[in-house]
Ligand binder design. Structure first.
Ligand SMILES: [Zn+2]
Length: 479
């Protein structure tokens, strides 16, 4: 059996037929680095991380390109407001994204091109489009794509031109048709000189869609296997990317894969929901593997409802898996990572392979992992070491496909830290006892005693913070 994936262009599940046997090229629209990453961003990266992991386990050589959009209107506006150079602003958040991907065990892409590093490729593409009559020049520095020149336009999202919402830059007076979109944009008044590049069409900066067309071709060729992104990118972004590349005579993506988004209270996550969903903040409340479990074990085309219930369920599942692996290792030793990695699809449970090949049916796949977990727990109870080792191997190999092998980096420390978390619990109990005594001392207005208790904790490296909900503590130098 081979991998069948839903193709958003044909709206059907169809076999992935790589252009070059044994190799798969994937382009994923990465972050526009204008602000801190939130859990919605991580959902897309985890969904494609699972796809990449599965393809690699099936023996494909995967070239995975995920771009960084490091120049755009919002980056310029926000950096100007903050009084920071736009490139420093973009790089700061690019690093935050990298940290978030790493924290959640998302494998690094084969390459991560930045838009600003590919102006040459963009100019080449524009020249081709202008020569073929698919693009035209507006005022100095502006180039637009002429959507009426391409009969194919609208084919990705199956929309007729008259029903389409007009492009976001429809206010531009030099456009011939409101549906036309910007390929290259002249600098706006007040924008820094460094935010534009000289081209044969005047100084300007890339339109968002152009950069992906140019970078996908640069690293994956005229035609490549899979283009991915969040479902909200289908229109206009992906429709316009495809239009540019098709108009330039390139085959572009053969398979379009889109992930659904994350909802909170049934609504699409947005900035208005505040900072609680920023990855760094979410990781203060939830451990990284649990967060990954919550975001990564729902089918990629279904929305993830992000709530306390979701996290509680993910916590339960993760603890069951990690707990079994810890006990199995204690009993029969750790199966080496090389052996886990070597488990090809022929040696994995057939039902798991079938589920993954069926458009990455993660819930069916997870059901198989649970079956093997139960068998493993039975084997442990019966002190059957051969079966325990086999269950450890199978469970970890399958979880590794989902990026959730408890003994793989970056979870290793957390899982192997059974002892560490026991120490933490003991410490918490002791500190809580001291804090309870301090509360009592304050109630009795025995300030001297209360301060002495606090000082004792400080001496031991425990920092106490008083808040409206009582005192919280942490070890000095951690957060
Ligand atoms: Zn893109």
């Amino acid at each position: 059996m081979t991998l069948r994936l839903y193709d958003s262009a044909t709206r059907s599940v169809r076999p992935l037929e790589p252009l070059h046997p044994g190799k798969v090229g994937i382009y994923l629209c990465g972050a526009t680095v204008q602000g801190a990453p939130h859990v919605g961003h991580m959902r897309a990266s985890i969904a494609f991380d699972v796809l990449v992991r599965w393809l690699r386990r099936c023996g494909y050589e995967v070239t995975f390109i995920r771009n960084v959009t490091d120049i755009d209107d919002k980056i310029l506006a926000k950096s100007a407001e903050a009084g920071v150079a736009w490139w420093a602003w973009a790089y700061r958040f690019e690093q935050e994204f990298t940290a978030a991907y790493d924290a959640l065990g998302v494998l690094r892409p084969t390459y991560e091109p930045r838009a600003t590093g590919h102006v040459t490729e963009m100019v080449e593409l524009m020249e081709r489009l202008l020569a073929a009559g698919h693009a035209y020049r507006g005022e100095e520095g502006n180039v637009y794509f002429d959507v009426s020149s391409l009969p194919d336009y609208g084919s990705l999202t199956r929309q007729a031109l008259e029903n389409m919402t007009v492009a976001e830059d429809d206010a531009e007076p030099d456009k011939r048709d409101p549906h036309d979109f910007a390929v290259w944009k002249a600098p706006k008044p007040g924008e820094p000189e460094t935010a534009s590049w000289p081209t044969p069409f005047g100084r300007g900066r890339p339109g968002w869609h152009l950069e992906c067309s140019a970078m996908a071709r640069r690293y994956l060729g005229d035609t490549f296997d899979i283009h991915g992104g969040g479902i909200d990118l289908r229109f206009p972004h992906h429709e316009n990317e495809q239009a540019q590349s098709h108009a330039a005579g390139y085959g572009f993506a053969r398979h379009w894969v889109h992930n659904a988004w994350v909802t909170t209270g049934g609504e699409k996550m947005s900035k208005s929901l505040g900072n609680s969903l920023v990855v760094a903040n979410a990781l203060e409340r939830t451990s990284a593997p649990v967060l990954r479990f919550a975001l990564g074990t729902v089918h990629y085309r279904s929305t993830v409802e992000f709530s306390d219930v979701t996290i509680a369920e993910a916590t339960g599942s993760w603890e069951r898996f990690a707990g079994f692996v810890t006990r199995a290792v204690e009993r029969v030793g750790e199966v080496p990572a090389a052996e886990i990695a070597a488990k090809g699809p022929a040696e994995l449970p057939a039902a798991f392979v079938e589920a993954m090949d069926d458009d990455l049916n993660i819930s069916a796949a997870l059901a198989v992992v649970h079956e093997h977990l139960r068998a493993g727990n039975t084997a442990l109870a019966e002190q059957d070491d051969v079966a325990t080792r086999d269950a450890q191997l199978q469970v970890r190999a399958m979880l590794d496909v989902l990026g959730l092998d408890p003994l793989a980096e970056p979870w290793r420390t957390a899982a192997a830290g059974g002892a560490e978390s026991a120490e933490r619990e003991a410490l918490d109990a002791l500190v809580t006892a001291v804090l309870t005594e301090r509360v009592a001392a304050r109630k009795n207005k025995d300030w001297q005693r209360a301060d002495a208790l606090r000082d004792q904790l400080a001496e031991a490296g425990v920092v106490v913070e008083d808040g409206p909900d009582g005192a919280r503590w942490q070890l000095k130098g951690t957060n």
